[in-house]
Design a protein around this ligand. Structure first.
Ligand code: COA
Length: 324
């Protein structure tokens, strides 16, 4: 009998403070109209001073545990996808383990794949469960992306927001995650990056200059093509056709990218979960946040087929197809 990883609960958390397009009009040379037409974003949430990624991750994780009817001490694997960890170390996953009181001793680690981070984390946790190495995994995407934005750069600061999403994965004899597909191509590093870090450009990091840089238009074109390809790959590997997919839960970077992927799948927009208007791009948190919204409002039901996809810095990209 095969073992599958099945989503037993989802959770999300958004910081209280909302930054609207009108607020941004007062900060940089932009307009609500430009942001809405080019991206679909109307507002995003921003973490309060002193509120860190682990705080967001903890709130989302507690909600996922509650929905799953699980206690924290039953968790035997923690994977946190983040580009904005609280600290260089310990990992945010280790900080989260201590906060939750999750079984001391279970493996806990972070994954860095920027906006594809949650899909990567889900892929890794799925393999742990299929291999029999874990039975109850907490998988989180959490970001305080606002901390790595240059708030004077209108081409990036209007796009992103903060938040966290989490799922509890349980070992199950019924599916479950059917497959995950993870990819990267490091040759595109120059199109989307934070050009400084700990080991390179340390002085810029200390000067507060380690901020997101992006050639948006080029990223856009590659994202659309790549996401189209991964949708084909995912369906082909499972011998499925487009009509077998009940819900598309895409990475929420830009409504125009989401529309293009939906068209590729011949999916009506009523079957696509869209939160980009409300959340902006929350990087690794965007897919689990969108999933949580659609599960809690009753759209996604048990037994339905869900396709998730994401694209991000690296470049990285990936997908997961599952029976909810
Ligand atoms: N407000 C007003 N004007 C802006 C602006 C803003 N916030 N940001 C950029 N502009 C201007 C540019 O300066 C440019 O002006 P110019 O023509 O005078 O030079 C013009 O708008 C068009 O810029 P361009 O970058 O070509 O626009 P675009 O249609 O590609 O939209 C993005 C820009 C960023 C919205 C779009 O490229 C995008 O979403 N890219 C992908 C981003 C992404 O998904 N990144 C994360 C991957 S996970």
């Amino acid at each position: 009998m095969s073992i599958y990883a099945r989503i037993a609960g989802t959770g999300g958390y958004l910081p209280e403070r909302i930054l609207s397009n009108q607020d941004l009009e007062r900060m940089v040379e932009t307009s609500d109209q430009w942001i809405t037409e080019r991206t679909g974003i109307k507002k995003r949430h921003i973490a309060a001073e002193g509120e860190a990624t682990c705080d967001l991750a903890e709130a989302a994780s507690r909600r996922a545990l509650e929905m799953a009817g699980r206690r924290a001490d039953e968790i035997d694997l923690i994977v946190v996808a983040t580009t904005t960890p609280d600290r260089i170390f310990p990992s945010t996953a280790c900080l989260l383990q201590a906060r939750l009181g999750a079984a001391a001793g279970c493996p806990a680690f972070d994954i860095q794949a920027v906006c594809t981070g949650f899909v990567y984390a889900l892929g890794v946790a799925d393999k742990f469960i299929r291999a029999g190495s874990a039975r109850c995994a907490l998988v989180v995407g959490a970001e305080t992306f606002s901390r790595i934005l240059d708030w004077s750069d209108r081409s990036t600061c209007v796009l992103f927001g903060d938040g966290a999403g989490a799922v509890i994965l349980e070992a199950s004899e019924t599916p479950g995650i059917l497959s995950t597909h993870l990819h990267a191509d490091g040759r595109y590093e120059s199109l989307l990056n934070v050009p400084y870090g700990v080991s390179e450009g340390h002085e810029h990091l200390e000067a507060g200059e380690a901020k997101v840089k992006m050639r948006g238009n080029e990223v856009f074109k590659i994202a659309v093509n790549t996401l189209g390809r991964i949708v084909d790959e995912t369906l082909a590997e499972n011998g499925m056709s487009k009509s077998d997919v009940d819900w598309l839960v895409p990475h929420q970077a830009n409504i125009r990218i989401i529309n293009a992927t939906a068209r590729k799948l011949s999916m009506p927009m009523e079957r696509v979960v869209v939160t980009v208007d409300q959340h902006g791009n929350t990087s690794a948190a965007s897919v689990p946040l969108a999933l949580d919204v659609a599960v809690r409002d009753g759209r996604i039901r048990r037994g339905e087929t869900v396709l998730m996809e994401a694209f991000g810095g690296g470049f990285t990209w990936g997908s997961a197809i599952l029976k909810f």
